[in-house]
Design a binder for this molecule. Structure first.
Ligand code: KG4
Ligand code: ZN
Length: 330
């Protein structure tokens, strides 16, 4: 099977081709730049930009590996969750291409695809798998029962962790404003500030990130911020967020119930986070699975790969109705 994956749920136009023998054979991810002058992703601009670029990007991704449309045997696209009009672009183009080639198409869950891409690089596993999923919009601790079923062990009660990285990065006037920039500045820290940020008082596996977000924003807006401060704040924020997440996972990692652990979602691109969980997985005898950094944030490869798994199990969209699911859950 040769599957074209289309990802347009937010501000990345991700295109990839997955071949069931050779894996990902071609890919391109375009990150929209137009939002940097606004406070966040502007949905209308996102969908316009997807519309403007998607066909050119598909053609480029195919041509760069000397592929043509008729090589494709299936199209997979993100059907949700995500921005309504942004999803519409991927679904519509996916359906039109599938219709004209007379091949099947399949809509896939963006959240599940983030997790399942880790299994493309780690093929020896069994269920259940303990999953820590940290993205821009969601934060979950999950038990993966099979490719389709996830049991929620914990979730964020307020903001997602990615949202905190993004908001603080924006308050520090970083361009682009994201966790990758916080990570970059945290490497240049000059001193450790021993700040007492809000503690996590609940005894469940649910996270709460809004307290630390507000506390750091308050600190930033109440003082003059110089370059050194940006580095120190970044370092402290990253450390504190990682500590919160790690403490919430500790008893699950050490429980002996799980043999496999997946770290996924955009925030899993953070090297400190990856190292900590890799080391503790080793310590507690769990096989640590994650994906290469380029597949942590939104991309077409994860959509093509989950599309392959779904089609392989005989799931596909039997009609050409354009259906999007902006509020789809895990
Ligand atoms: O999974 P993703 O691409 O989008 C959603 O589906 O939400 O995640 C994007 C999130 C953003 O919040 C971004 O700041 C964060 O992932 N991120 C990082 C890093 N790279 C991306 N957070 C911390 N450290 C990084 N290196
Ligand atoms: Zn995502």
């Amino acid at each position: 099977m040769i599957i074209l994956g289309l990802e347009t749920s937010c501000d990345e136009t991700g295109i990839a081709v997955y071949n069931s023998f050779n894996g990902i054979i071609s890919e391109y991810t375009y990150t929209q730049q137009i939002h940097s002058q606004y406070g966040g992703t502007v949905p209308e601009l996102a969908s316009k930009d997807h519309f403007k670029k998607i066909l050119k990007l598909i053609l480029f991704t195919l041509k760069s590996k000397k592929l043509v449309f008729t090589d494709l045997t299936c199209i997979a696209y993100t059907s949700g969750p995500g921005l309504k009009n942004a999803l519409l672009i991927g679904v519509t183009f996916g359906k039109i291409i599938a219709f004209s080639l007379n091949i099947p198409s399949i809509g896939v869950n963006h959240l599940k695809s983030h997790i399942i891409i880790a299994l493309l690089f780690n093929k020896l596993f069994d269920f259940p798998i303990l999953v820590l999923f940290l993205s821009g919009a969601h934060s979950f601790l999950l038990e993966m029962i099979n490719f389709d079923e996830f049991f929620i062990l914990g979730k964020t009660l307020d903001d997602s962790i990615g949202e905190v990285f993004d908001k603080i990065s924006r308050s520090l006037k970083m361009v682009p404003s994201n966790g990758k920039m916080i990570e970059k500045f945290s490497k240049k820290k000059f001193r450790f500030i021993n700040k007492h940020y809000p503690k996590q008082y609940n005894n469940t596996h649910d996270f709460s990130f809004s307290g630390i977000k507000s506390a750091v924003i308050r600190d930033i807006s109440s003082s003059v911020i110089l370059y050194n401060d940006i580095c120190n704040i970044s370092y402290n924020l990253q450390n504190t967020l990682i500590k919160i997440v790690f403490n919430k996972c500790f008893n699950l990692l050490s429980s002996g119930k799980y043999k496999y652990f997946i770290l996924s979602g955009g925030v899993s691109a953070n090297k400190e986070l990856r190292l900590l969980f890799k080391n503790y997985s080793y310590l507690f005898n769990l096989k640590f699975f994650t994906q290469p950094i380029k597949y942590c944030t939104d991309n077409g490869a994860m959509i093509a790969f989950l599309g392959f798994i779904r089609i392989n199990n005989n799931f596909f969209d039997k009609n050409f109705n354009i259906i999007i699911k902006p509020n789809l859950y895990i």
